[in-house]
Design a protein around this ligand. Structure first.
Ligand code: HEC
Ligand code: HEC
Ligand code: HEC
Ligand code: HEC
Ligand code: HEC
Length: 215
């Protein structure tokens, strides 16, 4: 009887135990990593070098997004403003503020502020702001209520499925061009119908073939 299993078989239960526990740990690590907000990216809100508040500047003070992100209508990228833009006000608004000292230092030394990127697509995906903004898609569809954020937080997954969902049915996300940066304006409440907007020269029809975004 004692010869049916070779001697090493005694170790099998131990090895099996080790394998299973390693497997469980890997499984937890996998779920933790891939389901964490860092991976899906929604909720990602890195700490910035200056506590710049969109709620204060864009919300309370009512500054238009394009005052600072002035290429958003004409270029693929929405520019991050240079320090000079801040200093047009902050050379006399709160000139002593400690929170603004990195801004003054950047201005004096002529070195850019190292803002941390929040939204980022992989290199193999092509995106262009101007196409979307000129079609009447608002910042709010992709970035949420930035005008209410103290710290910019990623609000949408920016995944391929998410892009395609709107490309297949853009209608509910369209608005008049002069309302693109008015994040609180709701096309549904206003009963907006893009087909009846005399300012629209053509109806938008986003493409869904692969080469649209992978070129
Ligand atoms: C006074 C200038 C200013 C105004 C006005 C402004 N922004 Fe910004 N925005 C910045 C600066 C500076 C950053 C980089 C720091 C940060 O992320 O907070 C930024 C970052 C962002 C980002 C994140 C960029 C990234 O790294 O992914 C988004 C999205 C954004 N702004 C959208 C908006 C929208 C929408 C509006 C209008 C409601 C707006 N901004 C108005 C200055 C401004
Ligand atoms: C159009 C004018 C204007 C521009 C441009 C502007 N700000 Fe401001 N900022 C203000 C005002 C007004 C306040 C609030 C002042 C107060 O609370 O009395 C303020 C407050 C701040 C504060 C809070 C300071 C504190 O001590 O509480 C920070 C930080 C700040 N701004 C950063 C920036 C940065 C960074 C930029 C450039 C991306 C910028 N601001 C561009 C007008 C401006
Ligand atoms: C259709 C979706 C969509 C709309 C509409 C949109 N954005 Fe973006 N935005 C993105 C994506 C996606 C990125 C990341 C781009 C990348 O990594 O190349 C981004 C990045 C940014 C950035 C970081 C700099 C850059 O260009 O990569 C800023 C600032 C920004 N958006 C501001 C705005 C503002 C302001 C508006 C409205 C006028 C707006 N966005 C409208 C999807 C959108
Ligand atoms: C909220 C709606 C919406 C979202 C989200 C969206 N798009 Fe679009 N996209 C549009 C509209 C509307 C157009 C304009 C189509 C037209 O002009 O006929 C467009 C056009 C484009 C174009 C130009 C090619 C074409 O179809 O005319 C590219 C490239 C593009 N989108 C990439 C992306 C990528 C990449 C993402 C995700 C990161 C994305 N879009 C997310 C609505 C959206
Ligand atoms: C509207 C824009 C858009 C179109 C159309 C599109 N993709 Fe993508 N695709 C993306 C974006 C954005 C990502 C990056 C997603 C991310 O970062 O999670 C992506 C990612 C991918 C990936 C990497 C794996 C993944 O899912 O993240 C593959 C593979 C891919 N796309 C293949 C395709 C194929 C094949 C087609 C045609 C059937 C296609 N895509 C059409 C925007 C698009």
């Amino acid at each position: 009887m004692s010869n049916i299993f070779p001697k090493w078989a005694n170790k099998v239960p131990i090895l099996l135990g080790i394998c299973i526990s390693v497997g469980v740990v890997l499984c937890i690590a996998f779920i933790w990593y891939y389901f964490s907000p860092k991976y899906t990216d929604v909720g990602y809100a890195p700490v910035q070098p200056v506590p710049f508040s969109h709620k204060l500047h864009a919300g309370d003070l009512g500054m238009d997004c394009r005052y600072c992100h002035n290429t958003v209508e004409n270029a693929a990228q929405a520019s991050i403003p240079p320090t000079e833009t801040c200093m047009t006000c902050h050379s006399y608004v709160l000139p002593e503020s400690a929170k603004l000292s990195p801004v003054r230092e950047s201005f004096a030394k002529d070195t850019p502020i190292e803002w941390v990127r929040v939204h980022m697509l992989p290199d193999y995906a092509y995106f262009d702001h101007s196409i979307h903004v000129s079609a009447g898609v608002s910042c709010v569809s992709c970035h949420g209520r930035v005008d209410q954020m103290e710290v910019v937080t990623q609000n949408q997954p920016l995944s391929m499925g998410w892009c395609l969902e709107c490309h297949r049915n853009p209608g509910p996300n369209l608005r008049p061009l002069d309302k693109v940066t008015d994040l609180g304006w709701d096309p549904k409440k206003a009963g907006y119908d893009p087909a009846k907007d005399p300012h629209r020269l053509r109806q938008v029809n986003p493409k869904v073939d692969c080469s649209t975004c992978h070129r």
